[in-house]
Design a protein around this ligand. Sequence first.
Ligand code: MN
Length: 454
Amino acid sequence: MFEDLRSYLSYLEDQGQLLRVSEEVDPKFEVAAGIRKTSDIRGPALLFEKVKGFPNWRVLGGLFATQKLVALGLRVQEDELLERYLALEDKRIPPELVPDGTENTTSWTGAEIDLKRLPIVTHSERDVGPYITIGIQIGKDIETGIRNVSIHRMLLAGKDRLSLWAPPDHHLGRLIAKAEEKGKGLEVATAIGVDPAIIVGSQAKVPMGVDEFEVAGGLRGSPVKLRKCQTIDVEVPASAEIVIEGVTLPGERISDGPYGEYQGCYSESKQAAVLKVTAITMRENPIYQTCLAGFPVTENHTLIEYANAAYVYREVKKIVPEVKGICMTPGGTFRHHVVVSIKKRQEEEARNVILVLLASGVGIKHVIVVDDDINVNIPLEVEWAVSTRMQPDRDIIIIPRLACSTLDPSVPKPRTTAGWGMDATMPMGDHEWFDKVTVPGVEKVKYLKSYERL
Ligand code: MN
């Protein structure tokens, strides 16, 4: 596995999946424009080597711009990502504490702290300002000491101030609220520029109380090496490019947003927690990493696709033993819409699948259930099943007003949604009038080989 971000970048370069950009780019919009473009053309990750106003800095973007890049980061084949992710997510290897080595050659504390010296990027047109978008936040429950690892956006709000938008139904948001209830701040470290398994592992849909570094350990096949922070009692990946140490200010809030979010629209301004920075440490010639959210598909979507698909798979598997495929759809932002193919054992089983997924609270708004002869990854096949196996008056379920983690702007009130599902499976028993029409011998036609598009 990769020891750190730099060894992963060399590997990507060898694979032709990292482009060094030597022309000068402005951190305001120009870095994000490159990430947008490479995401749209399914291109490589980008290492910007000349950033306007920030000599000696390099900015990395689009590290997970495509599913191929996610697969490379976990060293698995792209077509077996879900299967491998499911196995690796369960492995759970605890992290290992190592002494603070010499890697963090720069350390700013007290008056030296100045976030404005970091090349923090402004991404989308109507964003309120520059955001740190792919910092790994590490915080501990003030009662149990159990660690949580997650990613939240942070708005630059001063030399030593950042917003920390962690909603109350997210684990870190809960930890901040728990500390505040006791009149305390929560110590939070933010690690930027770590190996890809840590970033992917931080997105695992594991329950509160599970240390996501253990999941990352399983994904990378060896323990994540952690070191202690300098000013707070939190551990961070030892090889991180940059670490921002800080503590939330209890009761203080800052206006955060608009921000171009994962659902492809701007989210409105929110009252976010405030982080007071207590130290910034860096490696020599640090690489600052950013990530683009916004209209699908970007790295913000691919990064969570498999964590979400794995969660859905496990939920469906609890009620139907044979789950053939799961597709979190790109237009559904890899969160709102899911297509599930199952081998039914009894009539109406698809309705149970719909209900369990709508009730899960992870952001699912629409579930389509199809039979196991439908490839969930081919939209035409799914639509065909809907058009020939589904009757709306009989097969659509609508559940109003569910608590749900979603930023969908159509919802009646925040973090609520109606959910709907379609049973597009055929009746069990005699399939004669539902089967696909086929022509014998298509696989024997060789003369069209050169015309075949993959
Ligand atoms: Mn967690």
